[in-house]
Ligand binder design. Structure first.
Ligand code: AMP
Length: 454
């Protein structure tokens, strides 16, 4: 997954992009980069690591210019390598162009293979580079060639393109990932989430619509709608887990959706007897509050999160994940000893973290653990950017509910129904393929792998 941020025509473009990327850091921690347009050319700085590690005062001072695009990356395709850090910059018949991509194409390998047979040479292993080659091969205005390129792509994309004169934003016709347009005095801002707009004090103008291309140049905004039938399939998992709670995503505040998920969960679990509702921090907190609202069972922060360890699951190797999981969450024995708890989390993916948590709660003296998950079982991989790539790694894909209960060593387990989840998120027009295995686009590159459970 990734986060993208762009700002057009502002004296502090690079500084604001830097701040915007901080607000989007939860969307990707492997690399960060900013490109500015200055005196007819593009300037770039990118590196591996967090925004705070990649940029310092000096690096930002080397990025003059009034228009900037930024990117934070977590790889779902392509290796974790500096060559894959974005924004990607290139020179072609359209002049210098930078591109930042959030999403995951499902036909990138096919497109790449076709381009390679025609002589294209690829520098990185990201699917985003296929877009670069498509752009470089056509003639016309940059927005015209972009529209042509988009028509050959399948899967999810939110794109920002920067040329010396234009900032262009595009969202795929399903609108899998969020993208919003904002305004800061006379400047336009585009970001993955409203939290980034809020941070730089930009007002949110509107969502960029599924299938829309927005061209910002010379202080004006032009909207193109090249797709005849956009079919919204917004990612419900953005609401369940991924987006920041202070963001408004797909028209709804994430925190209130999560609280509603918790309320619905409590209604489905009416009758559960417990002394307290304990969230897995931070992702389970709003749902646990909602659970407590409806059930009347007191909310208790009986698990404490260390803020000096970054999100564990997001680290690519299993080994690092396991070490980090132990560092991250500590139980409060005095609160837990002899108590019956409802443990609330937003989702279970592999089950490894959840198992460590329930074990530590038992070790701290919890008498009963009733596991409450504010989304349905994840049974299928996401091909649109969330890091759940292999069916075989998903606990709910290979184990039954009673096996999961046993594996996690809990007294009971309940997952929220899909109907209740969708109702809380806003009803229709969502992708919930990770819960159903029904994908809204052809899955091209991935079909073979998923058939074999890979
Ligand atoms: P596990 O027990 O290993 O399946 O981990 C479950 C935890 O991972 C839950 O607390 C979720 O909030 C979190 N989680 C779910 N999806 C993701 C994701 N794509 N990236 C990082 N963490 C996630």
């Amino acid at each position: 997954m990734c986060g993208i941020f762009g700002i057009a025509d502002h004296a502090e473009a690079a500084d604001l992009a830097y701040l915007g990327l901080f607000a989007l850091q939860h969307r990707g921690q492997e690399s960060a980069g900013i490109v500015t347009s200055h005196e007819g050319g593009l300037l770039s700085h990118a590196g591996m690591g967090l925004v705070a590690e990649v940029f310092n005062r000096q690096a930002l001072a080397c990025l003059p210019g009034r228009t900037a695009v930024g990117h934070v990356r977590y790889s779902t395709t392509g290796a974790s390598h500096i060559k894959n850090a974005q924004p990607l910059t290139f020179n072609c018949s359209h002049g210098p162009v930078a591109i930042a991509h959030n999403g995951n194409l499902t036909n990138a390998l096919e497109v790449r293979g076709r381009l390679e047979r025609q002589g294209a040479i690829f520098q990185s292993s990201t699917d985003s580079e296929a877009i670069v080659h498509l752009l470089a091969r056509s003639s016309g205005s940059i927005e015209e060639v972009l529209v042509e390129a988009l028509k050959t792509l399948e899967g999810s994309y939110c794109l920002l393109l920067l040329t010396p004169g234009k900032l262009i934003a595009a969202r795929d016709p399903h609108g899998f990932r969020p993208l919003v347009l904002g305004r800061l005095n006379g400047s336009y801002v585009v970001a993955s989430e409203t939290t980034a707009l809020n941070l730089v004090k930009a007002e949110t103008v509107r969502e960029i619509e599924p299938g829309e291309v927005v061209v910002i140049s010379a202080g004006t905004v032009r909207s193109l709608k090249p797709f005849k039938t956009p079919e919204p399939a917004r990612c419900v998992f953005e609401h369940v887990y991924f987006a920041r709670p202070d963001s408004k995503v797909f028209g709804r505040n994430v925190q209130s959706v999560r609280r509603e998920l918790g309320r619905a969960l409590a209604r489905e679990m009416a009758g559960v007897e417990a002394d307290m509702v304990v969230p897995v921090p931070d992702s389970g907190v709003p749902a646990a509050l909602g659970f407590s609202d409806v059930s009347g069972i007191p909310f208790e922060m009986a698990l404490v999160r260390s803020h000096y360890v970054s999100r564990t699951f997001i680290r690519p190797t299993q080994e690092l994940r396991e070490v980090a999981a132990q560092l991250k969450l500590a139980p409060v024995p005095e609160a837990l000893s002899g108590r019956r708890i409802v443990l609330v989390d937003d989702s279970i993916v592999r089950g490894t973290t959840s198992r460590k948590i329930t074990r530590s709660l038992r070790d701290a003296g919890a008498k009963e653990i009733h596991m409450a998950i504010s989304s349905p079982p994840i049974t299928a991989p996401c091909y649109y950017g969330i890091d759940t790539p292999r069916a075989g790694e998903l606990i709910a894909n290979r184990r039954s509910l009673s096996e999961i209960k046993k594996y996690l060593d809990v007294d009971s387990i309940h997952y929220l129904s899909r109907e209740a989840m969708l109702a809380a998120a806003g009803g229709t027009g969502f992708c919930s393929a990770c819960f159903t295995g029904r994908y809204p686009t052809p899955t091209g590159d991935y079909e073979k792998a998923s058939r074999t459970g890979g």
